[in-house]
Design a binder for this molecule. Sequence first.
Ligand code: SF4
Ligand code: SF4
Length: 169
Amino acid sequence: MSTAVSRRSLFARFRGGPAQLRPPWSRSESEFTDQCTQCARCIEACPTGLITPGHAGYPIVDFARADCTFCGACHEACRDACFDPDASHPWSLKASISNACVETKGVTCRMCEDICATAAIRFRPKLGGCASPEVRLEDCTGCGACVAGCPVQAITITPQNSSLQEATP
Ligand code: SF4
Ligand code: SF4
C-alpha cells in the first residue's frame, strides 16, 4: 500500500458525519477506500442517479435521490478493484420503518407496500384501526425504492453487516 493510498484510507476512516453507504458489490470499506481513485466513473454510469460523491469524493449511495435497480453499471464502469461482482449478495442493506409511519396513528397510506417490488413490506392490523408495518428481511433487497415514496421519511436503509457496506464514521 502506498503512502498516498494509506492517507486516503485514513482520511476516510476518521471523517465525521452521517453514515456513508457504498454502492452495491463494493468490497470491504478498507479495500474500497484503498483502491478507489475517486474517478467518478461509477457515479456517471449509474442510470438512476443513486450514486453521488461522499466524504473526500468517495462514492456513496443516497436513497433520497433514487433507488438501485442492481443493473451493475457501477461495477462495470470501475477500472480499479473496488467491487466484487462475484459476491453472493450485492450488499447487506435492508429497510427499516420507524414509528413516524402514519399508519401506526390510524392514517391510511401504505405507499411503501405498494412500491415494494418484492412485497417485503406488510402491515399487521391492530386494535382501533391502526396498523404496524413490518419488513421481511429475507425479501428486502435494500433497493431503497420505498424511501422516496414515504411522505414522512419514516424509512431508512441500513447495513445488516456494517463491515461490508458502511464507511467508518
Ligand atoms: S447497480 Fe445500477 S442502479 Fe444500482 S448503484 Fe449500480 S449503477 Fe446505480
Ligand atoms: S428497500 Fe426495496 S425491497 Fe426493501 S422494503 Fe424497500 S422497496 Fe421493498
